[in-house]
Design a protein. Structure first.
Lengths: 424, 204
């Protein structure tokens, strides 16, 4: 088919620009910008949930056109595989344009650098699979059923399956919107699961369309479906709800500040980033105060911090948010955190977080934002007025301050609320 | 009449009426999921309600528009009766089902049923409006497109939908019901005004 004819008759071509605009609008409104290319690409693939519907619908339209005109059933010199590929090409191109457009927009909008190509490839395979499913629906179903069902079926597959209690099912789709924090990379098992599942869908759809006419093609297609589902499920079931694995540590950029080793990912260590200057300032400040801080601060770990390593979980780039993240990491991780009915309120941990934040020079506004409830009604949580407490601790000697800190930290770590918050 | 029933697939439409009304009684139909950060929360019932308008779109798209427009029998009147009676049957079955479920299981399916009914009327409105422009065969994509738009972009705040995405608003929301009736009225008026006109007929 000539390009001019294709442009004239294909709804996929007409829809390319509107869907591209929609996808960019979605990215700029729905995705929180970060500097990490993998996360930006993963966020961009979330637009597949609604845009793949247009791919499948336009393919269904094209198939219905061939069927209704009697062209599909008529004798033809070209193979059905050839006709199918030609017919779905505009739909696949539509999908490719919006996927690439979304990925580029997410990278530019999030200043995230290079996108993660493996995710784009799996996303493209998913687009091919859905275009063939749409073509199949257009051949087999009446148009008034095929069009709306193909618009909504990908939406249900991409967006509703992740809401099901079986969490690994979401990895089969080829959309990885839950990936990845900066300390993590996309899980190869999740990529393989999505790839195998979509390839299986492609083979089965081609068979059902009638484009594969080989000896044993029915057996081959059925086997492909079963094996594809089994293998992709096996890969996906090992991944869990978030398709990520620990990132290669060799990419960390480490330096030493006041005898503390500070390691950041390159995305957080650029000349325009505030992370390292803010962290340097905080480390110098805390060291000068003589406070006990870990000897290694690193972004490779997050959540609970070991005795000599502080895991940094930095995702907002303003200095106050960085200080609050550090305060959360420096506060103890209670031993009973996994138990649902430990009876430990955790208010002392919040008191400690607030104190670390204040000691680092954090702003009053951020303290109020995070601990306003505790500042307003301290007695309701069994703690003294915390601003007065922080003033008393700050004016105490270094030895008393450290002793106060260690006492509260050890009791909170053991899930015990201290009877006395005052500095000795 | 038998030919009309066969061509319009009245059996399928009846099945979708009964099926939708029955499925709505399942408590899972009240589950609401927010699939997009800037979209409205979508209840499963909103998808169930799409069944009947799709079946009507399918049934009414069958036949030969040019011949039907000059037929001795009043096919357009039959169509109007078919649409009205199927919607009324859905309302009646849904209402009875909601009452029975509430009585037997002590479940609050009343709101779900109301939300689904409102969504069905909205979808029907979109179907009729779209029919005026693109014909029955393609019109059934309009309700699905609207539902998709609500799910992806129908955000107002953390808990509720935007005004234009009224199918995502609470069951007793006055604005949502007003929009529903206006859209349905507009669709019905367009159908009554030019019952035989569509791209398909014009192209014949």
């Amino acid at each position: 088919m000539r390009l001019r004819t294709l442009l004239r008759i294909s709804p996929a071509v007409w829809l390319t620009l509107p869907t591209l605009i929609l996808s960019i609008l979605y990215v700029t409104r729905a995705i929180y910008p970060n500097n990490y290319g993998v996360a930006a690409t993963a966020g961009a693939t979330s637009s597949m949930a609604f845009l793949v519907g247009f791919v499948a619908t336009t393919a269904a339209w094209e198939a219905a056109r061939l069927r209704r005109g009697g062209i599909w059933a008529a004798p033809h010199t070209r193979s059905r595989l050839d006709i199918t590929i030609t017919a779905v090409t505009p739909s696949i191109l539509l999908g490719a344009v919006f996927l690439l457009g979304t990925v580029v927009a997410a990278s530019v909008y999030g200043q995230a650098g290079l996108p993660e190509i493996r995710m784009v490839v799996v996303g493209f395979i998913a687009i091919c699979a859905w275009s063939l499913v749409g073509f199949l629906a257009g051949l087999r179903l009446p148009m008034s059923v095929a069009l709306p069902s193909m618009l909504l079926a990908p939406f249900l597959w991409f967006a509703f399956v992740p809401a099901l209690p079986v969490e690994w099912l979401r990895q089969l789709s080829g959309m990885y919107r839950d990936c990845c924090r900066i300390r993590a990379d996309i899980s190869p098992a999740a990529l393989l699961a999505g790839l195998i599942m979509n390839v299986a869908i492609i083979v089965v759809a081609l068979y059902a369309i009638g484009a594969l006419r080989m000896r044993w093609s029915r057996i081959v297609a059925t086997t492909m479906l079963v094996v594809g589902v089994v293998i992709s499920s096996a890969f996906a079931s090992n991944v869990g709800p978030i398709p990520e694995v620990a990132r290669d540590r060799s990419a960390l950029k480490c330096g030493t500040v006041s005898e503390v080793e500070l390691c950041l990912w390159p995305e957080h260590d650029g000349s325009s980033q505030v992370f390292r200057p803010t962290l340097n300032k905080v480390i110098v400040e805390l060291t000068r105060e003589g406070l006990p801080i870990p000897s290694r601060w690193s972004e490779e770990l997050a959540g609970s911090s070991s005795a000599d390593t502080l895991g940094l979980d930095l995702w907002k780039s303003d200095p106050d948010s960085i200080r609050w993240s550090i305060a959360q990491g420096l506060a103890p991780w209670p031993a009973c955190s996994e138990a649902s009915n430990s009876g430990f309120s955790g208010s002392s941990i919040d008191v400690l977080r607030g104190w670390w934040f204040t000691a680092m020079g954090g702003s009053e506004a951020m303290l109020q934002e995070n601990l306003g409830w505790l500042i307003a009604e301290p007695s309701a949580f069994g703690v003294p007025p915390i601003k007065d407490l922080y003033s008393a601790v700050s004016s105490a000697s270094v030895t008393s301050r450290v002793a106060w800190l260690e006492r509260l930290t050890s009791s909170a770590a053991e899930c015990q609320s201290p009877e006395n918050y005052s500095v000795q | 009449m038998a030919l009309y029933r066969k061509v319009r697939r009245v059996d399928l439409i009846a099945l979708s009426v009964v099926g939708s009304a029955l499925v709505l009684q399942v408590p899972a139909s009240a589950i609401s999921i927010r699939v997009s950060p800037i979209g409205a929360p979508l209840m499963i019932a909103l998808f169930i309600a799409l069944g009947l308008p799709s079946a009507l779109g399918f049934g009414l798209s069958r036949g030969l528009p040019a011949q039907e427009s000059v037929a001795a029998r009043r096919i357009r009147r039959y169509d109007a009766v078919l649409v009205t009676s199927s919607v009324c049957a859905f309302l009646a079955l849904g209402a009875i089902g909601a009452q029975v479920s509430a009585g037997i299981n002590d479940l609050g399916v009343g709101d779900t049923y109301l939300t689904a009914t409102r969504a069905l009327m909205t979808y029907l409105g979109w179907l009729l409006v779209a029919r005026f422009f693109v014909g029955w065969r393609t019109a059934s994509i309009a309700p699905a497109l609207y539902l998709l738009a609500v799910g992806v972009f129908g955000f107002a705040d953390e808990t509720t939908a935007a005004g234009w995405a009224w199918i995502g608003l609470p069951a007793n929301d006055g604005w949502a019901w007003a929009c529903t009736w206006i859209l349905l009225g507009l669709g019905a008026a367009l159908w009554a005004w030019r019952p035989n006109w569509s791209v398909e007929v014009a192209a014949v």
